[in-house]
Design a protein around this ligand. Structure first.
Ligand SMILES: [Zn+2]
Length: 203
């Protein structure tokens, strides 16, 4: 679930449990976006009870449009976007350099043969090997299948006559957010991640 700060800037992604905990404690509200038949977007800001009421309606008329949480007393839709009411720090600019984010940046594709594979069948490759002075950095580490990794060995791509399918770069925002954007259920996130949009709207 996407979290916005008070100024509607995307700051992070949290899990459902965390989001509901923020909502229940009135630290956050739901930003609910609807697209009407004409493609016009409208949004509503709802507190927990408002969201509960809307959920009841959606449960009746559009149950397929949402993921649902089932509690003993009621069912509530999982919101896609919440907005923190007190948080006004700017979004974290730095994307964490970790395995998950490297795989996400490379879309789980081996950067030599281009095959997409499950995480368990991929490894990380130093483009310029450590033994030749290569650093562990965004621009020198790529996702690589075991087969290509063995073939390349301790050599540079040139030495091994292998080619990178894309030049590794440091992502500007969390690659995990980019992946979710590809899922149509998360389309409503898009406008909050479009920097240009918000530069125009906010002075
Ligand atoms: Zn490969």
């Amino acid at each position: 679930m996407l979290v916005l700060n008070r100024f509607y800037q995307a700051i992070r992604v949290v899990n459902v449990k965390r989001a509901f905990s923020l909502l229940c404690r009135e630290l956050a509200e739901v930003v609910h976006i609807e697209t009407d038949a004409a493609g016009q977007k409208t949004w509503q800001n709802l507190d927990f009870s408002g969201w509960q009421e809307l959920s009841a309606l959606k449960r009746e008329f559009e149950p397929d449009g949402f993921d649902w949480i089932h509690t003993v007393r009621f069912q509530i839709a999982v919101p896609r976007i919440i907005r923190l009411l007190g948080y006004d720090k700017l979004p974290r600019q730095d994307v964490k350099f970790n395995r998950r984010n490297i795989y996400a940046r490379d879309s789980n594709k081996c950067q030599y043969c281009g095959k997409r594979m499950p995480t368990t069948e991929l490894s990380l490759d130093h483009v310029v090997p450590k033994s030749q002075g290569g650093k562990s950095s965004w621009t020198n580490i790529v996702c690589c299948c075991v087969k290509c990794n063995v073939k390349k060995g301790g050599r540079t791509p040139e030495q091994a006559h292998m080619h990178l399918i894309t030049k590794p770069i440091k992502p500007k925002r969390s690659p995990v957010i980019n992946i979710r954007l590809a899922d149509e259920r998360y389309q409503s996130w898009k406008q909050f991640l479009d920097d240009a949009y918000w530069t125009v709207e906010l002075k």
